[in-house]
Design a protein around this ligand. Structure first.
Ligand SMILES: *Cc1c(COP(=O)(O)O)cnc(C)c1O
Length: 344
């Protein structure tokens, strides 16, 4: 069966054009920095984000970890959102592997960290305290609803970081979704940051890989640490070839995924038994099950699957659906119809 897979944008398989580019990619040993396709991808990513240099990494998790390891010494503290991927979903890598101390503060409903909360969480000079080194924000903010954080807000965080001698990293796994949602050039969202990670493997449809972007000096150190973590890849141009198509062809079409998310949201609003969050601003829809629904999350997942639709629970009585390249209008309609049948 041809499934409509709304579990995540990570499920996106490469397009035929990507597979062809992968088959024909010029390659070399990237640990020697000899892979021309990887080099082109890195140059292109740096230039699109308005930074000096970039590094191709196997995953977003490794990209974020490298940023933390380059920016922080053991015992340093990082200000992160309590609903951020770095804090919740990266297996505690910063403390396990870097001896870095997370200082979680509340993510507001709009995905931001309140500037006053950031200010209040910066440690004072005192032998009892850690040294605050870095602020991390996430754009789009996944758990808060795939919400884009604006250029104005990002500039304010950048200013606050500068005034307090702190570094500033953006987990921009979906930063191109944010740029599309806000209708701005992605550079406006990355300018104030010292480093940015973004994923090629999500809405940008590539099979594998993320990019870490920053100054030449930062990237040189990150390359060293990537080798230490076992992420130095050899003929990685086979993967980078797909990533180049992500940058060239996929960044410009994300608005279509956002329009389909709105369409799916409108359809689901008519389904009894679902309590939807606010209208989606990017490619994610979150909803809770109404109290009178007697099915468990896993029963709903099972029943939806029988009707050709994959969905994933995001917690007790809660679901997240994500639109992407392989979800068309017919897929949206099929999903709405399946929910109607399952919940009636
Ligand atoms: C997916 C994701 C990551 C990590 O990416 P992986 O490639 O899955 O390791 C980091 N941050 C956010 C917000 C994400 O959604």
């Amino acid at each position: 069966m041809d499934y409509v897979d709304l579990r995540s944008d990570t499920v996106t398989k490469p397009t035929p054009e990507m597979r062809e580019a992968m088959a024909e990619a010029e390659v070399g040993d990237d640990v020697y920095m000899d892979d021309p396709t990887v080099n082109t991808l890195q140059e292109k990513a740096a230039s699109m984000l308005g930074k000096e240099d970039a590094l191709f990494v196997p995953s977003g998790t490794m990209g974020n970890l490298l940023a933390l390891l380059v920016h922080c010494q053991r015992g340093d503290e990082v200000i992160v959102g309590d609903k951020s991927h770095i804090y919740m979903n990266e297996a505690g890598g910063m403390s396990a592997l870097g001896g870095i101390h997370p200082h979680p503060i509340k993510n507001q409903a709009d995905g931001t960290l309140a500037l006053d909360d950031i200010r209040a969480s910066i440690q004072t000079e005192d032998v009892h305290h850690t040294i605050t080194r870095l602020i991390c924000i996430e754009n789009t903010q996944n758990v808060c609803g795939g919400i884009p954080l604006t250029a104005e807000y990002t500039a304010q965080v950048g200013q606050l970081a500068k005034e307090n001698n702190l570094l500033f990293h953006i987990d921009g796994a979906r930063i191109f979704n944010a740029a599309a949602a806000l209708n701005v050039n992605v550079k406006e969202l990355t300018g104030p940051a010292d480093s940015i990670m973004f994923c090629l493997s999500k809405g940008l449809v590539a099979p594998v890989g993320s990019m870490l972007v920053g100054t030449r000096k930062f990237i040189a150190r990150a390359r060293h640490l990537r080798k230490m973590l076992g992420g130095g890849m050899r003929q990685a141009g086979v993967l980078a070839a797909a990533g180049l198509i992500s940058l060239e062809k996929m960044t410009g079409r994300l608005g279509q995924d956002h329009a389909r998310a709105k369409k799916l949201f409108e359809g689901l609003k008519q389904v009894k038994g679902l309590k939807l969050d606010a209208s989606p601003s990017s490619n994610m829809i979150y909803f809770d099950l109404a109290e009178d629904i007697r099915l468990s999350e896993s029963q709903i997942m099972e029943e939806m699957k029988k009707r050709g639709v994959f969905v994933d629970a995001a917690g007790p009585y809660r679901f997240r659906l994500v639109t992407h390249y392989w979800i068309d209008d017919a897929g949206v309609e099929k999903a709405v119809k399946a929910f109607e049948e399952v919940l009636k």
